[in-house]
Design a protein around this ligand. Structure first.
Ligand code: ACO
Length: 374
């Protein structure tokens, strides 16, 4: 039987750090509020495109696996941050990597995009469609954040990470996936202003309005991730005690603590990055995984639980069996160009580009297809 081992990993974090104190220079908020409600202290703001972040992360993952870009037959770009719809973003990463033999798929399930991508790539390897795949989780939320809305602006950050999957005869990689979507809660998270529904409505890209019901998302996220985690463990015949590490989506420290409690796993087995990176949507789980590996917290043969939720509200929990190797086979010299601005300067520039009157545009509130939308 063929499995899909995770043989390479790499992250690419933009260097500019936006602190809670920075946010309170232009929003009515405080370090105390953000830290006590979410656990977040800092997040990153990117000075480059999502494609550049992804390319560096993927190059590092490919080198870590001891492969060359030409060896890759599939790239999945898991994200809701796209420079353009056509051509897709995965082909942009493919071009920048020189991965000339790869198929290229964009996959958007919001914050679960990386884990849905991991499940998809695993299935394609296990059925023999491809042999070597790169799965990327990336987000550039700073470009379409509504920086005037303190309900959402404090919660998110930019970042990217990638893994390489390779066909293997040993039972490793994703050994269980439970996926679903709580569609009743679909209206709880909608970013108005992005997509063809807004074409010709006088809306500029980057001018967004967020429909966001944090408390609904909070409760449904805890339930969905906990239920999915218990189910993926039960179906795989693995007990909570046998889980070595939880690598969860990082939207809120209190959500993570609740899910760990329901799943029966102590917090000292949970990887946390929320305090320094905030919620990077699709990038959160792979970045946390890479940091766990670099910190020596993933041991050979470890069992990893990966629960997540995102807009939709999509949800999932994956069970991963690690292989023998926890150190890289090689490294890449790909780096981001230097960043000459502070995060606050980057955000100020984005705010200046956004149309201050754009958010009151009728088209933002009423996309072309609004009558037919849930
Ligand atoms: N600074 C100061 N005050 C704020 C801020 C802020 N940044 N944001 C909101 N407030 C105010 C609100 O206006 C409200 O004031 P009011 O009581 O006068 O009306 C008060 O703080 C309390 O707001 P609550 O919504 O009750 O705060 P809560 O404890 O629920 O925390 C939070 C809000 C952090 C968003 C929480 O609900 C949450 O984590 N939700 C789920 C996570 C989430 O939605 N993440 C993003 C989703 S995307 C994804 O990952 C899929």
């Amino acid at each position: 039987m063929t499995w899909a081992a995770i043989t390479g990993w790499g992250a690419c974090m933009p260097p500019a750090v936006l602190t809670n104190a920075d946010l309170s220079t232009f929003l009515e908020t405080s370090d105390e509020w953000i830290t006590s409600r979410t656990g977040m202290r800092e997040r990153r703001v990117s000075h480059v495109s999502a494609t550049e972040l992804s390319t560096v992360a993927a190059a590092r993952a490919i080198a870590c696996a001891g492969l060359k870009p030409e060896d890759i037959d599939l790239i999945i770009y898991g994200s809701c941050s796209n420079e353009e719809a056509v051509p897709n973003s995965s082909s942009g990463v493919q071009a920048a990597l020189g991965a000339t033999h790869a198929a290229a798929i964009d996959l958007n399930t919001a914050c679960t995009s990386f884990l849905y991508g991991l499940t998809t790539a695993t299935a394609m390897i296990r059925t023999g469609v491809v042999k070597n795949a790169v799965v990327i989780g990336v987000e550039l939320i700073s470009r379409y954040m509504d920086w005037s809305n303190r309900n959402v602006a404090v919660l998110f950050g930019d970042g990217a990470a990638a893994v390489v999957l390779q066909a293997s005869e040993t039972e490793t990689g994703v050994i269980g996936s439970v996926l679903g979507c709580d569609v009743e809660a679909r209206p709880a998270l909608r970013i108005r202003g992005i997509g063809c529904g807004y074409a010709g409505r006088g809306v500029s890209f980057g001018d967004t309005l967020w429909d966001f019901d944090g408390q609904v998302i909070f409760k449904r996220a805890v339930k969905a991730m906990s239920d999915a985690s218990l189910r993926v463990l039960r179906e795989a015949g693995v007990s909570a005690e046998q889980v070595d590490l939880v690598v969860p989506h990082q939207a809120n420290l209190r959500i993570i603590e609740s899910v760990a409690k329901y799943a029966g796993v102590p917090m000292d087995k949970v990887i946390l990055t929320v305090q320094k990176y905030g919620n990077m949507s699709a990038a959160t789980v792979p970045v946390a995984l890479v940091e766990a590996l670099e910190a020596g917290r993933v041991k050979p043969g470890a069992t990893l639980l990966m629960p997540a939720f995102g807009g939709g509200l999509t949800w999932c929990s994956l069970l991963v069996k690690w292989g023998d190797r926890v150190t890289p086979l090689g490294s890449s010299d790909r780096e981001l160009p230097p960043c000459n601005q502070t995060a606050l300067e980057l955000v100020s520039a984005i705010r200046a580009e956004q149309d201050p009157h754009g958010r009151s545009a009728a088209g933002l509130k009423a996309p072309v297809f609004s009558e037919g939308q849930a």
